[in-house]
Write a protein that binds this ligand. Structure first.
Ligand code: HEC
Length: 151
């Protein structure tokens, strides 16, 4: 039984290795992982801000400023993961991302600009301002997803 398990594990790891046999495949896989990780982290902090402006969390100004600054930083990170060839693989990015790169980049830049304004709004300590700024930022998230993300 133990030997059978070992054999299964060995063949599974061999399969995995042959699946990403060449360095180019690995590079693309890493790029896709990189951008998804950046988006996932971004969503964690954005969701916390959304819950706050919607009244489901107490308005903690210090925390909001920290979260906004974190999103500002994270909003710079996904883009380097959109490398040539990474339209194939474990990804929901549409091919258009590469065909309409200018439009995609405009959304990416817009997100970074909006996230700077979210930080300024958080620093103002005014919940209404924060709410508006977060709303505008989310419009950019959703706008880009509609055009460039499957599902
Ligand atoms: C410039 C376009 C663009 C903008 C702006 C954008 N996204 Fe995305 N997002 C994408 C694309 C494309 C994917 C699909 C990535 C993939 O599967 O390779 C994605 C994927 C995601 C995912 C899924 C990650 C995963 O693990 O599959 C989350 C969560 C996400 N975005 C959240 C956000 C949030 C929150 C914002 C705004 C703060 C945002 N995105 C802004 C294009 C964008």
């Amino acid at each position: 039984m133990k030997n059978l398990l070992k054999l299964l594990l060995l063949s599974a790891s061999l399969l995995l290795q042959s699946g990403s046999a060449n360095a180019q495949d690995r590079k693309i896989e890493q790029a896709i992982k990189h951008r998804k990780a950046a988006f996932t982290l971004m969503a964690t902090y954005v969701n916390r801000m959304v819950q706050t402006v919607e009244g489901h969390r107490p308005f903690d100004v210090k925390r909001m400023i920290q979260d906004a600054r974190t999103v500002e930083l994270l909003s710079k990170l996904p883009w380097e993961g959109f490398v040539e060839g990474s339209e194939h693989g474990d990804t929901r990015a549409k091919d258009d991302t590469w065909f309409e790169r200018d439009r995609f980049d405009r959304y990416a830049n817009e997100l970074q600009a909006k996230s700077v304004r979210v930080t300024a709004a958080a620093e103002s300590g005014d919940l209404k301002q924060l709410s508006n700024a977060v709303g505008q930022m989310r419009e950019v998230c959703n706008g880009c997803h509609k055009v460039f993300r499957k599902g």
